[in-house]
Ligand binder design. Structure first.
Ligand code: SAM
Length: 220
């Protein structure tokens, strides 16, 4: 892994101590990874100084990198094990993929905007993350050839959980996704048990839309 500057290192430790721990993130593995992944390497150069602030940031193409707390919370809710294979919908900056890759065996990540996907892949390659596979396309249909997955995380909001993603979950696996209107959503966790799924509402959130066949229509 490439090391980063002293100031970023300090800001990252403060972010964990002041934003994550007091809000209840208590999985030691998640906290450790959040203490180590250099978030400033995933944001545009002119916003690097804000990389550890308690809010989302623009990453170009009208998209955002989520607030650090939301990244940690969604990750914790997946309850990842080191042998797990994880699917992420919405690569964006690649930061969430970096966090997942440190906690699971293999990460599959899909982004619909080519420019973002290429940038994220380059950043992750430069930092030495090797267990991540990339795809450019509509993640609302999932990545069926590589499934089923032990966990699925959707980092863009849809009116409902895309049915193909539920199909691609392994038995006992968890899916975490923002579900609701284009403005505000509920973060939902769904667990597949036998032929049934159990879902719970976790917390209100505001994500950019999931644009695709099983999300919102593309207005471009
Ligand atoms: N996980 C990202 C990170 O760590 O930076 C943040 C993701 S950003 C909040 C949501 C991303 O989902 C955007 O980059 C957007 O282009 C992407 N997206 C929206 N609809 C999509 C779809 N159908 N398939 C794949 N990616 C999609």
């Amino acid at each position: 892994m490439v090391s980063d500057g002293h100031c970023f290192e300090e800001a990252r430790q403060r972010m964990v101590d002041q934003q994550l721990v007091p809000r209840g993130i208590n999985d030691e593995r998640v906290l450790q990874v959040m203490r180590e992944v250099p978030r400033q390497r995933f944001v545009p150069p002119d916003t690097q100084n804000a990389a550890y602030h308690d809010n989302p940031l623009p990453i170009g193409c009208n998209q955002t990198i989520s607030q650090p707390y939301i990244v940690a919370y969604m990750t914790e809710m997946l309850q990842l094990k080191p042998e797990d294979r994880v699917l992420e919908i919405g690569t964006g900056s690649g930061y969430q993929a970096a966090v997942l890759s440190r906690l699971a065996r293999q990460v599959y990540t899909i982004e619909r905007i080519e420019e973002l996907a290429r940038r994220a892949e380059q950043a992750l390659q430069d930092l030495g993350y090797e267990n991540i596979q990339f795809r450019i396309g509509d993640g609302s249909c999932g990545w069926p050839e590589a499934g089923p997955y032990d966990a699925i995380i959707v980092t863009a909001a849809a009116p409902e959980i895309p049915p193909p993603l539920i199909d691609q979950l392994a038995l006992g696996a968890s899916l975490v996704a923002p579900v609701g209107s284009a403005g505000y959503q509920d973060l939902v966790r769904l667990i597949k048990r036998g032929g049934r799924t159990h879902s719970e509402h976790l917390t209100p959130v505001a994500f950019v839309p999931l644009v695709g066949e099983h999300g919102w229509q593309d207005r471009d």
